[in-house]
Design a protein around this ligand. Structure first.
Ligand SMILES: O=C(O)CCC(=O)C(=O)O
Length: 296
């Protein structure tokens, strides 16, 4: 765990402490008119065909990505200042779940976007339709931003929770309750995912990835052949033009880490981080035994 005092994220100290506690907050964000505007923007652009979970960053059409960023930033960017203390947008996306029941989004943490020893990068994830248990709700592992420290980036870089993925999904996740007009602001290092959309409608969400105004954007890339991880110093344009899975070109390498593999986490680690879940288990066992005892 990191004991360094990080730069503040929120203007409001109450939100700041809630965020520090859990790694996320949900806040009122936009009006009904703005929701309509956002949907109009989404439908005015041709995203091309996709399935399951899809985000604009996956589009190979860089013009499309630029248009999304420009329209979303103009329409909603200024509204983030209601909450965030001098943050800038480095990535703008639509995050879509097609109503096809396809499950193509693994449990994950987002990339590292800036020096996380000093700063916190966040996603401002704001749905343009109400989120329900059926249409691909956002599932999080609260506080995981405090416990799961590792390198994250493209290539991809393997996650340390591969072996306990199933246990986390089954026992430890919380569904974020959120409606159109609200925003989920979460630490990018929080473990999360969303299940498939089993409703009849497309689930449309817009999202800004933001870092402190003064922070340097960075990107980690792991070469799948050599397992060498390189840290690149990038700029605000980088995330608009990045080709996923490809080594960044034209950006300076600030650090090299040879043979990177994260330390695999175990169920025991989870139980140490989340003792409350254990109490739940013990209580269930006690209940079972009491029942059994009463029967005999
Ligand atoms: O939109 C979703 O369902 C999930 C978003 C997500 O995984 C992300 O922002 O990295």
């Amino acid at each position: 765990m990191d004991n360094v005092q990080k730069r503040v994220v929120f203007k409001d100290p109450t939100l700041q402490s809630k965020f520090e506690e859990n790694g996320y907050v949900v806040v009122p964000f936009i009006t009904r008119e703005k929701i309509e505007e956002g949907l109009k923007i989404y439908h005015s652009l041709n995203r091309g065909s996709c399935t399951g979970f899809w985000l604009s960053l996956q589009s190979e059409n860089i013009d499309y990505r630029r248009q999304v960023a420009s329209l979303l930033n103009n329409c909603f960017g200024h509204l983030t200042t209601q909450y965030l203390q001098d943050y800038k947008i480095i990535l703008s996306n639509f995050m879509i779940k097609l109503p096809d029941g396809i499950d193509n989004l693994p449990l994950h943490q987002d990339w590292i976007f800036c020096d996380e020893h000093r700063y916190v990068s966040v996603n401002v994830w704001f749905p343009l339709v109400d989120i329900t248990p059926q249409n691909g709700p956002f599932m999080i592992l609260p506080k995981s931003n405090r416990y799961f420290k590792c390198l994250r980036g493209s290539g991809p870089i393997p996650a340390p929770f591969g072996r306990i993925d199933k246990v986390i999904r089954e026992k430890y996740l919380t569904q974020v309750e959120i409606k159109a007009g609200e925003a989920l602001i979460h630490d990018n290092s929080l473990i999360h995912y969303s299940p498939p959309n089993h409703s009849n409608e497309e689930r449309v969400v817009a999202c800004f990835t933001m870092i402190p105004q003064e922070a340097q954007p960075i990107h980690y890339y792991r070469d799948p052949q050599t397992a060498k991880v390189e840290k690149f110093t990038v700029d605000n344009d980088f995330f608009l033009t990045i080709l996923r899975g490809k080594r960044p070109v034209g950006y300076p390498v600030a650090e090299v880490i040879e043979n990177y593999l994260p330390k695999e986490l175990t169920v025991k680690d989870l139980e140490t981080y989340y003792p409350d879940k254990q109490i739940g288990l013990l209580q269930r066992l006690k209940k079972l035994l009491t029942k059994q005892y009463a029967k005999n």
